[in-house]
Design a protein around this ligand. Sequence first.
Ligand SMILES: [Zn+2]
Length: 465
Amino acid sequence: MSSWEVVIGMEVHVQPKTKSKMFCGCSIAGLNEPPNTHVCEICLGMPGVLPVPNKAAVEACIKTALALSCEIPQHTKFDRKNYMYPDLPKGYQISQYDLPMSVNGYLEVGASRVRIRRVHLEEDTGKLIHAGDKLHKASESYVDLNRAGVPLMEIVSEPDLRSADQARDYAMELRALLRAIGASEADMEKGQLRAEPNISIRRVGSQELGVKTELKNINSFRALHRAILYEVDRQQQALESGRAVVQETRGWDETEQRTFSQRSKEFAEDYRYFPEPDIPPLELDRAWIEELRRALPELPSVRRARLLDQLPAAQVAVIGADRDLADLYETAVAKGAPALATANWIVNEVAPTGKLMSGEYLAELIDLLQQGAVTRDQAREVHLESVETGRTPAEIVAEHGYSQVSDPSELRVLAEAVIDANPKAAADYRSGKKQAMQALMADLRKRAPQANPKVANELLLKLLA
Ligand SMILES: [Zn+2]
């Protein structure tokens, strides 16, 4: 039996960075405030109101499209996508059908180029909350319309992805790009980036596409990866045992780690798309588009290539994936900090805590560390205190009286005291149990946190020899 090829296309919904909703003035700051407190007659779909497109959302969409090398057609328009659902107060969603904001782009993911079919703008729906749980069957449902009308960019790829790994990498690269250009915070936990992969399989060598299923609203990279692996396996088992794959929309059950059927797939004609009569077609100003193009910052792929000239791949994988970390690294290095030591500090101390100081302060801290003026533990404290208070590392070091003791004669007295106080560990070490050194060093650090660990360790080794 020949093996299978996986074919994945992806729709990604991204909430652009705006202050207000897509077609009204309602604030989007209150998404998690009490239900239905950020709504108005426009996003509630009252009769007779007039929607007005949000310029910040249009700008974010154009910037995203340009960063993805898309073409921006002269004209674009909004359309009504009609369907009835309780979280959709108007009975239709304003989206874009045949004249989207942009078409025909691509995103480089590792060594492959993934084609982008279109990036368009639309509005989000509300949120349904079903009361009850599995034991006490849901008897009531509630609707929160704070989210109804929030802007969304839909980024649609061609079916160019060939594995769960690649699909996850694509989504991660897209997030890095959106953050780098400031189009979205793309925080998946807040629902600002939701992935919807459509998945099919076919025999290797076949040119025809298999029947696909679409997974809805995946909100973590991990879930995306697992859901695709599950779905590929499910389709393969079906086809190999002579059953058909049904074209449908499926959900991902995080608890049970499996996909489940939600509804049979609708086709475009089911939505009765027609041009939104209340919004005239937009004619985009070419000069404005060129201005946005010129203002785009360096894209993550270009920056990563540049960082790879200075740093090992492992460090670039962390620093190059986050614009703030990359900015921090480059500013510190521009201030004279050594590249590798700075990168290591950022990977080990800054990335896990998410606490960023200015590049200038970081350069100062790395310098103090390299001079031996502070221990690593102290540097960590200085870092946190500097982030909190905004004071310079040198000021904090001076105030705390931090300074590392490296004088061998002073440390020798300390090392002798540690050996006297830990006769068992000392004897263990001498009889060949090398790991006993850890206990001795731990005691030494407790007695004198400012001791230079390297010099102290050498002294202990010498005394125990
Ligand atoms: Zn509103």
